[in-house]
Design a protein around this ligand. Structure first.
Ligand SMILES: C[S@@+](CC[C@H](N)C(=O)[O-])C[C@H]1O[C@@H](n2cnc3c(N)ncnc32)[C@H](O)[C@@H]1O
Length: 198
């Protein structure tokens, strides 16, 4: 760095240091009066005006939860999920975690994975409707799914929209970036995909 550059850098540093209210907050460099500069004023009132999860209005979810029948407790049950779920009473499950078929054309042993999209969503939504029915009031459903880019099908958005239409609250989305790292290739693990939360 030549003398002129050094002078410029020093002048910048001096200007920053001269801002007396400059400091660190939650790991971020902020002005002390940062809160006064917040862009959203009257947050609470505005949230009220926007109507948080307005799409759930008019839902008729029962708030009465039921016990799961003893026969279904602590068991791995193999079968078509639609048939199994139909044997359960309403509002008896705390959480559903599912990774339904992706309709990629994968070679599952017992089910086909290359359906016409209309039939695929028809079957999927029929099973998801059962999931909604058996979920307790305040229960959660977590879906692991991948869209099929080659068919231009945003499966994840279509599914989110289904649940919104069912008047369930959308809580969030986790994106997984599956990559093969150089380290894993060097270790001879090429071919394994490492999910990374982004
Ligand atoms: C994306 S894979 C999930 C695999 C799962 N995570 C695992 O590790 O075994 C989808 C699975 O759903 C199964 N499947 C497809 N239709 C089903 C149905 N109607 N009821 C239950 N399982 C079904 C498929 O056979 C496949 O194993």
């Amino acid at each position: 760095m030549n003398d002129n550059s050094k002078k410029i850098v020093q002048a910048i540093l001096n200007s920053i240091t001269n801002i007396k209210s400059y400091g660190l907050k939650s790991g971020k460099r902020v002005y002390v009066d940062y809160n006064n500069e917040r862009k959203v004023q009257n947050r609470k009132e505005k949230k009220e005006k926007r109507q948080q999860f307005y799409y759930t209005k008019g839902n008729n979810f029962s708030t009465t939860n039921n016990e799961i029948p003893k026969d279904f407790e602590n068991k791995i049950i193999c079968g078509d999920s639609q048939n199994i779920l139909s044997q359960l009473p309403d509002n008896c499950i705390d959480i559903v975690v599912t990774s339904p078929p992706y309709n990629f054309g994968l070679d599952y042993a017992s089910t086909s994975d290359d359906n016409h999209w209309e039939n695929y969503f028809k079957k999927l939504f029929s099973i998801f409707s059962e999931c909604v029915r058996v979920l307790k009031y305040g229960g959660r459903i977590i879906i692991n799914i991948q869209p099929l880019f080659s068919d231009y099908i945003p499966t994840h958005h279509i599914i989110s929209n289904f649940f919104i239409q069912k008047k369930m609250i959308w809580k969030g989305e986790i994106l997984w970036e599956k990559i093969i790292t150089t380290v894993s290739i060097l270790r001879g693990e090429a071919g394994k995909a490492h999910p990374i939360l982004t």
